[in-house]
Design a protein around this ligand. Structure first.
Ligand code: GAL
Length: 331
């Protein structure tokens, strides 16, 4: 590819790897490591599993990875966290390792992956194994990650969508949609939990991001002392309006700064949902925010929509839909 191509907001445009195969890397992220960008995500089955709710998305492969030097041409690197129908235990497929995220720990020299673990058929259930955080590690970015198991951070409430965020000083956070059901009442809110020094577990230091009540799909960027999170509403695979939040301290004072999408007349985040954001290597603060246009008829035909993050003078951010754009436009 020479440019990022998205087509009309009603279109599903596929991206292909350098072998000519459709890129199947759902809800993951991009990490720059060992001199290259590595794009990873869950390889979903094309067809949703019938009668299982939540769009029936499932993987029988696991988390896969692609590498690139230019963010446009992606070479398949293989499965970095395999699941299998024959496996026993946590990684028995079909299942979901939703929204996997990877950060590097300088002290332990390990790449650490966290994901939202959903055993199948669990479908965002409440039984053990259907609403957990999962953790895996590897000493190479693109090696086979070792599964360490699952947990429910803090007080053991349900885990839904999640992401990881690593600050410049190396402190890292597990940010997730914590779901509580008590006396028939539901509470869902984004929480930021500080990770242990090795990033392998959650500490008990946390913040409830009150402003991000009933929000999911968090994607975070940082510029000049401000953190920004873009999120979606909670409507499963159906598109909804994005909302962004801002703070100068990850653990407090988050405030809503509204919908960052410019000209999103349908109020559907340009028919996508946020996935992750990463900084272009060698720049101070040029970010690409990754979105996905989910196609629940055929998950292989989801679209990846990657947009540059626009930082405004009033310390807000904006996102503008582009049917096609070239990296040179922002560098
Ligand atoms: C969405 C969520 C996704 C996935 C999906 C269906 O609301 O953001 O991560 O969980 O529902 O299961």
């Amino acid at each position: 590819m020479e440019s990022f191509k998205h087509g009309e907001i009603t279109e599903f445009v596929q991206w292909y790897d350098t072998d000519g195969n459709i890129i199947n890397s759902s809800d993951g992220g991009v990490i720059f490591a060992e001199g290259k960008y590595h794009w990873y995500g869950q390889a979903l089955q094309a067809k949703p599993m019938a009668g299982k709710g939540e769009g029936g998305a499932a993987t029988v492969v696991g988390v896969v990875m692609y590498e690139s030097e230019d963010l446009l041409n992606w070479k398949y690197e293989g499965v970095i966290l395999p699941v299998s129908v024959d496996a026993k235990g946590d990684l028995k497929a079909p299942m979901r390792l939703e929204r996997p995220k990877i950060i590097y720990n300088e002290k332990t020299k390990q790449y650490v992956m966290w994901c939202h673990y959903v055993a199948y058929p669990g479908d965002h259930g409440t039984a053990p194994g259907t609403a957990e955080a999962g953790v895996a590690v590897c000493d190479k970015v693109n090696g086979e990650y070792k599964w360490l198991g699952t947990c429910r951070p803090l007080d053991g409430k349900f885990v839904r969508d999640n992401t990881l965020y690593k600050c410049e000083d190396g402190t890292a956070y597990y940010i997730y949609d914590r779901h509580v059901i008590e006396n028939g009442k539901e509470d869902r809110c984004l929480y930021a939990v500080k990770l242990s020094e090795d990033y392998l577990s959650c500490t008990d230091e946390y913040a409830r991001i009150d402003a991000a009540y009933w929000r999911e799909a968090p994607a975070i960027v940082y510029r000049k002392g401000k953190y920004y999170i873009v999120t979606s509403d909670l409507t499963g695979w159906n598109f909804n309006q994005a909302k962004a939040f801002r703070t100068d301290n990850l653990m407090q004072d988050w405030e809503c700064i509204g919908d960052p999408c410019i000209g999103d007349d349908t109020k559907t985040t340009f028919n996508t949902q946020s996935t992750y954001a990463f900084k272009i290597e060698g720049t101070e603060d040029k970010y690409i925010m990754m979105f996905e246009r989910h196609n629940t008829e055929n998950f292989l035909e989801c679209s990846y929509v990657w947009l540059p993050v626009i930082f405004n003078d009033d310390e807000t951010i904006s996102l503008e839909y582009k049917k096609e754009w070239f990296l040179e436009e922002i560098l």
